[in-house]
Design a protein around this ligand. Sequence first.
Ligand code: SF4
Length: 355
Amino acid sequence: MGIDRILSKSADQQRLTAGEGLALLQHADLLTLGELAGSVRKRLHPERVVTFIVDRNINYTNICVNKCRFCAFYREAGSPDAYVLSKEEIFRKIEETIALGGTQILMQGGVHPDLGIEYFEDLFSSIRSRFAIQVHSLSPSEISYVARKAKLSITDTLKRLKAAGLDSIPGGGAEILVDRVREQVSPNKIRWRDWMAVMKEAHQLGMPTTATMMFGSLETQEEIVQHLVRLRDLQDETRGFTAFIPWTYQPGNTELGGRSATAVEYLKVLALSRIMLDNFMNIQASWVTQGAKIAQVALEFGANDFGSTMIEETVVAAAGVSFRMTRQEIVNIIKDAGYTAAQRDTCYKILVVEK
Ligand code: SF4
């Protein structure tokens, strides 16, 4: 099918096949993709509101058995800057987050070999007894490791963590959901079916999750499209993903090295994701990897959400990329792009509309 036929098929709200998505990525020009993605966004979100969440990433440890080749954050146990945060440090960070109007903490770590399910049950229940805040924590690879270590099924592990206070799960560690790529960039990490299995179980237990994609490393364009289709298939089954967050590989200080995706590559993939993921309500702009100005442009390429204020962020910063913005700066950036800014919660309920 020619590009024009694919464009009109999408404009008629018909689902695109993998082959059609690939043809758009390979042959449609940037502005054509942007226009189509922008029209999908307007149909789903006609009100010209861009949302954001006030939250904090708390990386409870940087010790990690996975040693992904694209990661600048992890350390070996015993290295001079390896750490595990104490409960008191975590509580202090949560208190600061709440004082700043935060509604969510995103706790993710390395995959620490000694932290088992009892550690997380104790941590989450201690948080639950002290604070009213959404615990949006542990990516599928951490949950998988905890399950294996405890010799429990994913379902039983999630049930226990949920009972202790885990509310929802971030979609980190998806990278590209194709094993050929995973074997090269994160050979020790769970495979794509394992990532999907954790998300499916979480959705079936009523725990919402997000989905991410880290692109710009070793994947092909076919594999980017395959990633999107795999997410779309699971979303058809469960409707448990609240949002999709594509972001670009940051090569600084990593074993894998190489180059960063360009802004054009970022915007094209962002736009394609808005076009292909017809069952995802929300697409986030990644200002943490792209900076404020490209994130503004992203709002015209399908994104309707600015993600988190990131009171603290250490993982991308470890790769030498340190875009920082206050809540007011995020509000100003959204307004300057011609949208109304609104603070939301984890499930995209609007809490405060900024005048
Ligand atoms: S990306 Fe995550 S799992 Fe991989 S090495 Fe870094 S901290 Fe560990």
